[in-house]
Design a protein around this ligand. Structure first.
Ligand code: KG4
Ligand code: ZN
Length: 352
């Protein structure tokens, strides 16, 4: 079984072909991506109209390259999967419509993929993780702790009530005059800084649920910046280190609470899986590794290129669904909001 996956929900345009092995795992035959970071950098964030235009310009070329790079023709595919949300509506419409057109032209089954489900299932492509497992998804757009019980079967244990974790990194980067996106730059500066110098809050730590709140921490950084201005290079490094240390404490504490809820409800998870751009952060990884070890759990972190938005994860989610006979009609409408867990309707501000 070979499926084409299209991803256009945010600022990456991506297309990939993944093949299902006889043993049950997957092989990535091609994985094409065009990252729009440069287009959005002057604005310090993703501009939806620019993103949609860039998707239109690049998707068909990437898609052709993905199919040819896999050594296939469109008619050799067994299914066409496209991310149908959640995400920026303009981009979602482009990927979804393109996927439908290919499905219509080839007569192959169409699968409308939930972008969050694709992140959630990636660890099964990369590491063959068995259900059920606990997923921490931390990126610029999402912050969620999810019990992954099976394909299409998710329970959200925690989310953010304001900013996403990656968004907080980016805002702090901007406050400190670092380039966009700030996450990797904040991490680099933090390596030279003193994490104890600025006493920053750890919002939500100790709360019995597994939700996040980052905006207070960001405000605390802003106040520290104002007090310390004009900033020296040392101040910037110390602020980055202090912020990162606070975020790691929050992430580890929230994940610990989610793990507790998971155990009470479903027993021991098969693994703790981390995905999303923030999973590239070394301090975050180390904090989670300590937590996993103390809980006797395996920590699975897919390689960064598969943790961040990509086409292979959409193709793989397509394979998982197609295997179960879960295909979609060509009338499937784009969904700017699409929570994985329909019972977690407390979707708070579009980040959930
Ligand atoms: O998953 P992703 O590529 O895109 C989505 O947001 O869906 O994640 C990008 C986010 C950005 O906010 C970026 O600053 C953050 O992940 N990020 C990091 C690091 N690398 C990327 N945050 C902290 N440390 C990093 N090393
Ligand atoms: Zn994503």
């Amino acid at each position: 079984m070979r499926v084409l996956g299209l991803e256009t929900t945010c600022d990456e345009t991506a297309a990939a072909v993944v093949e299902l092995k006889a043993s049950g795992g997957g092989v990535i035959l091609s994985n094409e991506i065009y990252s729009q970071t440069k287009e959005h950098a002057p604005f310090g964030g993703v501009v939806p109209e620019l993103a949609a235009r860039a998707h239109v310009e690049h998707l068909d070329v990437l898609m052709k390259r993905a199919v040819e790079g896999a050594g296939l023709r469109f008619e050799d595919l067994d299914g066409i999967a496209a991310a149908a949300g959640p995400g920026l509506i303009g981009g979602v419409m482009i990927g979804l419509t393109t996927g439908k057109v290919v499905a219509l032209a080839t007569g192959k089954p169409f699968i409308a993929v939930n972008h969050l489900e694709a992140h959630a299932l990636t660890a099964r492509l990369t590491d063959d993780v068995r259900f059920p497992y606990l997923l921490l998804l931390v990126s610029g757009g999402h912050t969620q702790l999810i019990a992954v019980k099976g394909v299409g079967d998710y329970k959200r244990l925690g989310t953010t009530i304001d900013d996403a974790v990656g968004e907080a990194f980016d805002k702090v980067g901007k406050l400190l005059g670092l380039p966009y996106p700030g996450g990797p730059h904040v991490e680099r500066k933090a390596r030279e800084g003193d994490p104890m110098r600025f006493p920053l809050p750890r919002p939500m730590v100790g709360r019995p649920n597994a939700d996040f709140s980052l905006s207070g921490l960001k405000t605390a950084v802003r106040l520290s910046v104002e007090r310390a201005a004009p900033l020296t290079q040392r101040d910037v490094a110390d602020l980055c280190a202090s912020f990162e240390a606070a975020v790691v404490d929050v992430i580890v504490d929230r994940t610990r609470m989610a793990l507790k809820a998971f155990r009470e409800d479903l027993g021991a998870p098969q693994a703790l899986v981390v995905a999303g751009g923030v999973a590239a952060n070394d301090s975050v990884r180390r904090g989670l590794l300590r937590l996993a070890q103390s809980a006797g759990l395996k920590l699975v972190t897919p390689p960064p290129a598969l943790c961040t938005d990509n086409g292979a994860m959409i193709a793989w989610a397509g394979i998982e669904r197609l295997q179960l006979g879960l295909t979609d009609d060509l009338s499937f409408a784009p969904r700017p909001r699409w929570p994985l867990d329909p019972n977690a309707e407390r979707a708070l501000n579009g980040k959930a």
